[in-house]
Design a protein around this ligand. Structure first.
Ligand SMILES: [Zn+2]
Length: 79
């Protein structure tokens, strides 16, 4: 159950370092401050974001680029 919701919408433009796209995400202003301060982890800060969206904060890699990365792993036998 996700009890958390956005009270103070803040648009953060994330940048994917692989495809160079800019992806705007809307998060809660207070959550963002806590995350920037390092007080809470990204999954606790933004439970309402998709995992792929949280990756943008963590690794600056968008969902599409992750799919490309995982496609390469699928060619290997035991990954
Ligand atoms: Zn990308």
């Amino acid at each position: 159950m996700n009890m958390k919701k956005i009270n103070v919408p803040l648009e953060v433009v994330c940048h994917c370092r692989l495809c160079d796209r800019k992806i705007p995400l809307v998060v809660d202003f207070n959550d963002y401050n806590l995350f920037i301060a390092g007080t809470i982890k990204v999954q606790n800060a933004f439970p309402y974001l998709l995992p792929a969206e949280r990756e943008l904060f963590l690794t600056e890699t968008c969902g599409e680029c992750w799919n490309e990365i995982f496609k390469e792993f699928e060619d290997g036998s035991d990954y």
